[in-house]
Structure formats: C-alpha cells, structure tokens
Design a binder for this molecule. Structure first.
Ligand SMILES: [Zn+2]
Length: 294
C-alpha cells in the first residue's frame, strides 16, 4: 500500500510536542499542535492549512506566531480547531501586535472551539485588523460517545476526545475515509500510463461520484496528447483496489486516570501510528504504579 499520509514529529523527542502530516499528492498538510515549529521552514508551515490544537499551554501554542508570520501576506485561510478558550487565546495573540498596515492583506483565520454539544466559530480577517465576529453552532453529537467530529473532508475525518489535564486537553484521531491503490501492472497491461489523470480519478471517488459517472482525461504518450473517456465504475474495477484507510492518533498532556485511559484506548484502537507524549522512558514503567503522571 502506498500511504496517503506521511507523518512525523516536528521536533526531536525532547522538544515541544507536535506532529506534521503531509497529505500526499495534494500539497496539503495538517498540523497537530503549535509548539516551536520554525524548524519546519516557511514552505511546510504555509502548506499546513488546518491546525489542531490540543490545549494552549505555552509548549503547545507558542508556534502560532511562526505560522501567522509566514501566512500574513498570503491569500490563505488558516483553520484552527481546539478546546474551549481557543478563540480568546488566538485573539490575545493577535492583539499583541499593531495591525495598521495589513488592510490589503487577504489572510483569513477561522477558529473553532468545541464545547460539549456546541461549536463556536470566530473569523478573523487581516483586512479589518483582525476584529472578530463570532458564531455558535450546535453539534450533532452522540452524548454517550466522548469522541466527536472536528473536521470532515472528502479524503479524511478528524475526531477529538477531551481528556483531563486539569483543563481539557484534546486528543485527536485522523482517519482516511478509505484508501485507493492503483494497480500499475494492470494499467500497463491495458496500455495506460501512470499520470495526473489518476489524480482526477481519485478526486471523483472522494467526491462520491457514482459508478456510471463518465469523464474525459488527457493522456500523454511521450509528447503525444490524446483524450479518452472513462466510466468511473470501470476504472475502479479494472485498475483500483479500495481498502481501509490510514489512521493516526495523537495524544499529549493528560492525567493518568482510568477515565482518560479508557478514552485513549478507544481513540487509538486500530491506529496505524500512535503518537503519545510521555515524560518517562520504558525503564521507568514501574513508576506507573504511583499513578501520579500529569
Ligand atoms: Zn499542558
């Protein structure tokens, strides 16, 4: 399987926590937490359009400024998701600067904070000096399920659970809706080449187009361009395998108690990659008996 997500720690294991996830073939990336992140460099920081914040202790939020700085002059929408208080924290950061020279800047920052059964949204525009209007939406959330959806995209879903860190600390799980694998051998046998047209095919599937959907793509053989019509269902059947998607779980600062433990186990079950912050090494496992981890 050729994974769609490529994820890694932003810093070394002793640095501020945070994970960067590249969504392959789409020039998109997701950022989990905003600790020190300048090591990512401007290109990767700019690519991160969706940012999921666990909580706003300094080591998880000080990197907001680095993202803001690279995004400032761009026609871009930054989306931040996180626990109650995030809107105030973003506003506090924005109010820390003077903005009289940014009215021509097209940057938009949208912040969602999740309360029980409710989602609050605030939009900050550079063009008006980041004054903010705020809206409240009610969440369709199963109250007996602590896991709730933070963001839905045709390619993936991000869910969160609120863990006890004396304040809510959100743990996240990123799940690819399904995985599309291309059978290159079969393409080859049919005289077709791997190319940008397969990206179009994937887009049609992610957008939920029906099997009888017909589309025309440009195929290139050396420098010769030819157009060919396909039916989506036929392409799926002949050249693609659709399987379970990737799952990545991310858990940072939490108390060690039974409720947190149960929530973390439920969140991370079946994950392909599980990022979990720990102040202890393997050889310190005996200390767990004291149950004082916080
Ligand atoms: Zn913390």
């Amino acid at each position: 399987m050729n994974p769609s997500f490529s994820s890694y720690l932003i810093n070394d294991v002793f640095g501020d926590p945070g994970v960067y996830v590249e969504v392959r073939w789409s020039k998109r990336a997701l950022l989990f937490d905003l600790g020190h992140n300048e090591g990512l460099g401007p290109t990767r920081l700019l690519r991160a359009g969706e940012i999921f914040v666990s909580h706003t202790h300094m080591d998880h939020f000080i990197g907001f400024d680095a993202v803001l700085r690279v995004a400032l002059g761009r026609g871009k929408t930054l989306r931040l998701f996180g626990p109650p208080g995030l809107i105030d924290n973003v506003q506090g950061k924005l109010r820390g600067y003077t903005w009289n020279l940014v009215d021509g800047y097209p940057l938009t920052i949208v912040v969602w904070e999740f309360h029980k059964g409710e989602r609050r949204q605030a939009t900050f525009l550079a063009s008006n000096g980041f004054q903010q209007p705020e809206h409240t939406h009610h969440l369709a959330q199963q109250l007996d399920d602590p896991l709730f959806t933070v963001m839905e995209d045709p390619i993936f879903t991000v869910k969160a659970v609120a863990l006890n860190h004396r304040i809510p600390s959100f743990a996240y799980v990123l799940e690819e809706q399904f995985h599309i694998n291309v059978n290159k051998q079969r393409l080859h046998e049919a005289g077709l080449r791997v190319g940008a047209w397969l990206k179009d095919v994937k887009q049609h599937i992610w957008q939920g187009r029906p099997d009888d959907f017909r589309f025309t793509v440009a195929l290139y053989d050396e420098h010769r361009r030819a157009e060919q019509e396909f039916m989506l269902g036929e392409v799926k059947e002949r050249f693609l395998t659709i399987s379970r998607g990737q799952k990545i779980a991310y858990v940072v600062d939490v108390r060690y108690d039974e409720e947190n433990e149960a929530k973390i186990v439920a969140l991370a079950r079946g994950a392909d990659v599980f990022y979990c912050e720990s102040p202890y090494l393997d050889c310190d496992a005996g200390l767990l008996n004291n149950r004082v981890v916080d």
